[in-house]
Design a protein around this ligand. Structure first.
Ligand code: HEM
Ligand SMILES: *[C@@H]1O[C@H](CO)[C@@H](O)[C@H](O)[C@H]1NC(C)=O
Length: 512
């Protein structure tokens, strides 16, 4: 059931969850009618998998979990198999070997994104995340990486920004005064501030109206993109000329763009060549430099979507990761205690943790990695597609075929981990208690499309986690239940909302 559920969480199929058999049959009839008019797309010599209609048939008509068939097939056909969603083939790649083969050794061929009409109409192929493999994407990605790298070291040092933000978060946590609370909105506030500092050059109060509005619009658009109408839009684009809930996506999008454009305009008004305050400044200055170069893809449109993408990619992911971390610490108090010991020994209580501490903290570092491995927050990565007709492990995959990379299968692969199915920091520790990182640790994916924010994310994760544990003890406040470690698939694989119990830690040698 999991595999099918996950498949339905993948654009462009999310809406399928909401269909009952009747609706589906009517929909099928309509699609088939349209299909007979449209030219059938043929993908030949694909790897084997369940027969074309079986997924849809079993799931909706027979109301049966077809995962048994899938598991059987993946045993038979190894780590690469094709499912069909109606007439659209989807190739699923799992296991470290196959994923590495595709994303690294044949990286260029697998570096595309699915050609989803809705995304195209929303972004006009701008920005980074959903941009097709090509010149514009390359230039945005390269430039953004350079800027982030420079910020890592330069005056706008990430580390200071993150440390500053953690201090605010700790103060806000303290105002709970021993009452258990849901930490989600506070963590989101802190994490989005890190991105805001880097991109917009300032942080906001956790209740700030503009940022709240921005988040709400983005959240609503994410939700709307999972509705049936929005997705039919992608399969049958003609409905764009009709009214319907999908129009709302475009209204929201216009509002989001207006808000972001405001920030960009403010930067333009105050731009001062000598001083780069943040990502927007850096981009605007580079645009000026490239003014005369006719094929530069550094445009204001791309700037806007880069800002959007950084915000989108950097907020939800980090919030989810930190939420899992806190939940695991409540579920495994022995692990939490070992973290405290190492923090007290290496850092003490008179100063804030810094990145320089990490090499001296193998245990905490292992826990931080294990949180990401076990939390598995983006189980199927972001969908890829083939950029050309591709020969892969004996099969031929047509250009433009949707590719799903099963990160989850790698992060829990029996042959790659000491304790694949348990939360256990020993997965990242050798016999001498030293930190080591198995190759199969790929929560950020691999290859040309791998997460662009990996460095920032790792720094943020380590500093937030260590600082919070330096200040607090986390405990599960509800005696009648225990932490629920099953995730809930929203934009990312999130823990169920929970209440956090908090005690301030006293330094062992402290009188306070
Ligand atoms: C724990 C936190 C994070 C995780 C687990 C994560 C994971 C991922 C994954 C799995 C992808 C898709 C890779 C692929 O298509 O194969 C991705 C893409 C991306 N991430 Fe992250 N990410 C995190 C945080 C961040 C942060 C903080 C930023 C921003 C600074 C960021 C920016 C991006 C961007 C721009 C892309 C698109 C790259 C492209 O299409 O070329 N991510 N991330
Ligand atoms: C991905 O891998 C996990 C773990 O092996 C498995 O449970 C899941 O069904 C797979 N998902 C898909 C869509 O193949």
């Amino acid at each position: 059931m999991e595999s099918i559920k996950l498949l339905f969480e993948t654009a462009p199929f999310r809406w399928l969850r909401y269909l009952d058999p009747q609706t589906l049959l009517i929909f099928l009839a309509v699609v088939l009618l349209l299909k007979s008019v449209m030219k059938a797309r043929k993908a030949s010599c694909l790897p084997l998998g369940p027969p074309m209609w079986s997924l849809a048939w079993n799931t909706f008509v027979q109301n049966q979990p077809p995962d048994l068939a899938l598991i059987e097939l993946s045993k038979k056909h190894g780590n690469i198999l094709t499912c069909y969603m109606f007439w659209i083939p989807i190739v699923i790649i799992s296991g470290f070997q196959a994923v590495q083969e595709a994303l690294v050794h044949q990286g260029r061929e697998f570096a595309g994104r699915p050609d989803v009409r809705l995304f195209e109409d929303l972004t006009k192929y701008q920005g980074i995340i959903m941009a097709p493999y090509g010149r514009s994407w390359k230039q945005q990605r390269r430039f953004t990486l350079t800027v982030l790298r420079n910020f890592g070291m330069g005056k706008i040092a990430f580390e200071d920004k993150i440390q500053e933000e953690v201090r605010y978060l700790i103060e806000v946590f303290k105002t709970s005064n021993g009452q258990p609370f849901d930490p989600n909105s506070k963590i989101t506030g802190a994490v989005s501030n890190v991105i805001c500092s880097v991109v917009l050059g300032k942080r906001f109060h956790y209740g700030d109206k503009t940022i709240a509005q921005l988040k709400e619009l983005i959240a609503e658009n994410m939700r709307l993109q999972t509705t049936m109408w929005a997705q039919i839009y992608s399969m049958v684009p003609i409905i764009r000329h009709f009214p319907g809930p999908h129009q709302r996506v475009f209204e929201n999008q216009a509002e989001i763009e207006a808000l972001l454009q405001d920030f960009i305009d403010q930067h333009k008004d105050t731009l001062n060549g000598g001083e780069i305050r943040d990502f927007i400044d850096a981009y605007l200055l580079e645009m000026e430099k490239e003014q005369d170069s006719p094929d530069s893809c550094l445009t204001e449109g791309n700037l806007l979507f880069n800002v959007y993408d950084l915000f989108l990619a950097g907020t939800e992911t980090m919030t989810t990761t930190l939420q899992w971390g806190i939940l695991y610490m409540m579920a495994y108090p022995d692990v939490q205690e070992k973290c405290w010991k190492e923090i007290d020994k290496v850092i003490g209580h008179s100063r804030a943790p810094s990145m320089e501490d990490r090499p001296n903290m193998p245990y905490v570092n292992a826990v931080v990695h294990e949180i990401q491995r076990f939390g598995n927050i983006i189980p199927l990565s972001v969908s890829h597609s083939t950029t050309q007709d591709t020969h892969f492990m004996g099969y031929t995959i047509k250009k433009g075929t949707i590719i799903i990379v099963n990160l989850s299968s790698v992060l829990s692969e029996e042959t790659q981990w000491k304790y694949p199915k348990q939360f256990n920091p020993e997965n990242f520790l050798n016999e001498n208690g030293e930190f080591f990182k198995p190759d199969a640790f790929i929560p950020f994916s691999m290859g040309l499309r791998a997460c662009l924010g990996e460095k920032l994310a790792k720094m943020e994760h380590f500093l937030f986690f260590t600082s919070l544990l330096q200040s607090f003890e986390f405990y599960w406040p509800d005696e009648t239940s225990s932490p629920d470690l099953q995730g809930d698939y929203k934009v990312t694989l999130m823990p169920q909302p929970y209440k956090l119990g908090l005690r301030c830690r006293k330094a062992p040698d402290d009188e306070l």
